[in-house]
Design a protein around this ligand. Sequence first.
Ligand code: DX5
Ligand code: ZN
Length: 214
Amino acid sequence: MKVSPSMLASDFSRLAEEVRLVERAGADMVHLDVMDGVFVPNLSFGPPVIAAMRPHTNLFFDVHLMMQYPDRLVDAFVKAGADSINFHIESAAPVQETLRRIREAGVKTALTLKPNTPAESVFPYLDQLDMVLVMTVEPGFGGQKFMADMMPKVTALRKEADRRGLSLSIQVDGGVNEETAKVAAAAGADIAVIGNAFFKAADPAALTAEVQKL
Ligand code: DX5
Ligand code: ZN
């Protein structure tokens, strides 16, 4: 699996060092959680903070937008340094048009599903997506328990992508650690978003290498 540490669990007073730690640990990409206080009951950070992190690593920036109107800020996030825009199918954004705008801005496209949203809801867009993110907790907060009952959803997405011959990446996000990453890999996920388990690990590089072996 690829490892994508979530900066939400990092020390915000030292973001530059934390993002350099992610790179030193050998991680594959960086997961950036944007919360608007409307779509989810929490606030995190936006384009200026992402732009401030950008000069400190060359790693791929995957921006997970937990926003009611993600379409309004696509260009701002691309300008800030996003390499992919990951937005929720449950948001108020016009899905087709937003995907097209993300593509035109020159970055990768991804749709995210909350736990109660079925896999089939993204099937109409699958051919236009680089990644799908399956939430394994209710979005809004780090440090929650992994919902193993989301694994059939991961498998359904993998099966449909294979059936269509698509090289789709499937991410899991929420409560992922060395143990739950195994379960997700077996179900067909290939990217592990890891927040608390990464930043609280005694040896983040060892954890990263362990998950990359899956
Ligand atoms: C939750 C976020 C996650 C979160 C994961 O809304 O989307 O990315 O930071 O953190 P952990 O791994 O601690 O559950
Ligand atoms: Zn996330």
